[in-house]
Design a protein around this ligand. Structure first.
Ligand SMILES: Cc1cc2nc3c(=O)[nH]c(=O)nc-3n(C[C@H](O)[C@H](O)[C@H](O)COP(=O)(O)OP(=O)(O)OC[C@H]3O[C@@H](n4cnc5c(N)ncnc54)[C@H](O)[C@@H]3O)c2cc1C
Length: 398
């Protein structure tokens, strides 16, 4: 205990409390939850030092990754630098990889060797690609989750198209085939974008665009599971109307991936699809760091996502808040950017409330329409479950 003497009384304040107030609030992961928490705290003139840590130097606006790939939007809008976003915000940004989190000791270790003790912590590490133990999937497919992934994909695709111009007919088909495993939003949006983009790139090389194939492989019976029927129908029509029609293989399982080949199982038959570019878009799992946290079994769900109170605190650690893809609420919410940044606003509000000894607010998420990109210069909005929005209006909404 530390004794604080005033003129007429002696207050006894727990040392831990004094120490915690001096320690910074750490935000781990500068995605939609983490960045928005930090920016809200700055706007609220939060008095505790804030440190935001991310492995990347840039925030990635993932819903616009397709525009980044196609060059439809400028890089500065899709992946602005943290030092630009946080300029004069009072927030310290550290670009580093978080290596371990000790909730008991309230300490975070970074790959560079730096370590920090915190008073309050925000866990906002998002998710990583899930490969579901499919043999060869991680090794031979490309992910599409970051700007680095998009750059690598564009390089691979341009390289394949160029090689195809110098390759005889039977062998060149694999170079001109893109297989996308997964027909959720990412798989479908990417397929639609590529089915417009690749013909443009290939035509510029003076070649026959009709040779290009974009094939989506989907284990289930339908594309865009969980989305309204009207939007699904619009998407199906749009996929057929691209510069090259997108081929969708339903009830088809990718059971293994080898170099330039996806092994498929459909109608109990094993088939092989030759494709020089194979993209993995089947879903997400929590960041591996989250599964290393020392928390009771009952404090996370089967997928390892952190369970939260309504105020977005961890069940056993009230000084730790969390949000976004690495968490799950009692009423599960979709793993989307719009949920993540709204949670960020609540986390910031509640951190401020704690600092000022006010009561915390439960999170309230307003789910807005789904907006899906279905090719170059075309997109669709699930506005009131029916409207289709195209062209420049799309840019305004997106
Ligand atoms: C291609 C694509 C398109 C999408 N489109 C949409 C859409 O149209 N609408 C929508 O609502 N949602 C969309 N989403 C989903 C949305 O992007 C996520 O739900 C959202 O980003 C989750 O926010 P988050 O804060 O939990 O995680 P993220 O935004 O992923 O942020 C996590 C951050 O943690 C950092 N990080 C992770 N591990 C470490 C570590 N060990 N050390 C340091 N830093 C680390 C990462 O670099 C990242 O910046 C899309 C996702 C993808 C991949």
């Amino acid at each position: 205990m530390t004794e604080v003497n005033t003129l007429d009384e002696t207050l006894t304040i727990p040392t831990q409390l004094i120490e915690a107030q001096k320690l910074p609030t750490l935000i781990l992961g500068g995605g939609f939850t983490g960045l928005f928490t930090a920016l809200h705290l700055s706007h609220q003139h939060y008095q505790t030092p804030i440190i935001l840590i991310d492995q990347s130097s840039r925030f990635i606006f993932k819903p616009l990754l397709y525009e980044f790939l196609s060059g439809e939007m400028k890089t500065k809008y899709i992946c602005p630098r943290y030092d630009t976003l946080l300029h004069q915000s009072g927030i310290e940004f550290i670009q580093d990889t978080i290596q371990s989190i000790d909730l008991q000791q309230r300490q975070v270790q970074l790959a560079s060797g730096l370590h920090y003790n915190y008073g309050k912590l925000v866990l906002s590490l998002g998710s990583v690609a899930a490969y579901f133990d499919v043999e060869g999937a991680e090794e031979y497919t490309l992910p599409f989750r970051t700007t680095e992934d998009a750059v690598a994909l564009a390089k691979q695709l341009r390289n394949c198209l160029q090689r195809a111009t110098q390759t005889p007919k039977p062998q060149k088909q694999a170079l001109l085939t893109v297989a996308i495993v997964g027909a959720g939003c990412t798989g479908i949006e990417l397929a639609a974008t590529l089915a417009d983009l690749l013909p443009n790139w290939y035509a510029a090389l003076g070649s026959n665009v009709a040779d290009i194939r974009v094939v989506v492989i989907q284990q289930g019976k339908e594309i865009l599971k969980g989305i309204s029927d009207s939007l699904r129908q619009t998407a199906q029509t749009a996929l057929r109307e691209r510069k090259v029609p997108v081929e969708v293989l339903l009830e088809t399982e990718a059971i293994a991936v080898r170099r330039n080949t996806v092994v498929l199982k459909r109608n109990n038959q094993i088939e092989q699809l030759s494709a020089a570019t194979i993209i993995w878009a089947t879903g997400s799992e929590i960041d591996p760091l989250i599964s290393t946290l020392s928390i009771p079994e009952a404090s996370h769900d089967k997928q390892g996502r952190l369970k939260l109170t309504n105020n977005l605190q961890l069940l056993d650690f009230p000084e730790v808040f969390a949000g976004g893809d690495c968490t799950v609420m009692e009423q599960p919410l979709p793993a989307t950017a719009q949920v993540a940044y709204q949670q960020g606003a609540t986390i910031a509000h509640n951190l401020q409330a704690l600092a000022e000894s006010h009561s915390l607010l439960p999170v309230e998420i307003g789910l807005r329409e789904n907006l899906i990109k279905l090719g170059l210069d075309e997109s669709v909005a699930d506005l009131f479950d029916s409207d289709r929005v195209k062209g420049h209006l799309r840019h305004l909404i997106r």
